[in-house]
Ligand binder design. Structure first.
Ligand SMILES: C[S@@+](CC[C@H](N)C(=O)[O-])C[C@H]1O[C@@H](n2cnc3c(N)ncnc32)[C@H](O)[C@@H]1O
Length: 235
């Protein structure tokens, strides 16, 4: 994936407040959560949320499942998330890089990554190996990613990158489940520019930005098969 330019990646994650201000404006009508709730059964499940940021999805996931592990490597974002979820007694926060994560084998039903797995693309090999260990036999990995072909990706100049990543995920064994149309609703343009300091030159046509979001899924069985094949090819 050497053709993917790391500079495309966007936020300064130490600026937790600016990130959170933008995050609150994403999917204001909660179309993603509604889709997840209607199509996946999280009841009695153990979920591992990776790259949780300031907690866009954490309160929703905590309400749906029996136990939630939340992993994030930015201390400032994790603190915002902790503060928002102070009463969620089923939720455990782990400040760690996902590639260094140690969980009990066969302990996780759902690995959930909201706009985060792409940031970990340099270590996909290591990360998928650990997912294979953590995930139960009937587990799944669920991704929320940019679908592309929308105002947001145009503004961010992410069209080509998004299309490359979609193919990467399909090659990895993910199935594209659904594209949902969401709305980013900004109170003012500075919320966007503060969150994306290297996008100061980007033109915002209005305070409402259309954002298409792709839900991808991989079953444990597919992951197990892929990892076994990779090992055979290496051997
Ligand atoms: C685009 S943000 C998404 C955050 C959140 N899931 C959301 O939907 O708002 C990506 C997040 O992944 C985190 N992240 C990236 N690479 C990581 C890694 N290797 N280990 C842990 N967290 C990571 C970043 O710190 C950031 O919070």
């Amino acid at each position: 994936m050497s053709e993917i330019n790391n500079d495309l990646w966007l936020f300064d994650y130490n600026q937790g407040a600016a990130y959170e201000a933008f995050s609150k404006c994403q999917d204001v009508f909660r179309v993603i959560e509604t889709h997840l709730q209607n199509n996946f059964d999280f009841k009695e499940k153990v979920i591992l949320e990776i790259g949780a940021g300031s907690g866009k999805f954490t309160p929703f996931l905590a309400k749906q499942c029996s136990k939630l592990y939340v992993v994030e490597r930015s201390a400032s974002l994790m603190q915002i998330n902790r503060d928002k979820n102070i009463h969620a007694i089923n939720t455990e926060f782990i400040l760690s890089d996902v590639k260094d994560l140690a969980m009990k084998p066969n302990s996780i039903d759902v690995i959930f990554a909201g706009w985060s797995l792409t940031s970990m693309r340099e270590y996909f090999g290591i990360i998928l190996e650990s997912f294979r260990k953590f995930l139960r036999k009937d587990g799944i990995i669920l991704l929320v990613e940019n679908a592309g072909n929308d105002e947001f990706c145009k503004i961010m100049n992410l069209e080509e990158f998004t299309s490359i990543m979609k193919n990467v995920y399909v090659d990895m064994g993910f199935t594209q489940r659904k594209v949902v149309s969401t709305t980013i609703k900004l109170p003012c343009k500075n919320v966007f520019y503060d969150a994306f300091p290297n996008k100061k030159e980007a033109m915002l046509p209005s305070l409402e930005i259309q954002h298409k979001v792709l839900i991808l899924e991989m079953q444990s069985s597919v992951l197990f098969q892929k990892i076994t094949c990779n090992h055979k090819e290496e051997g």
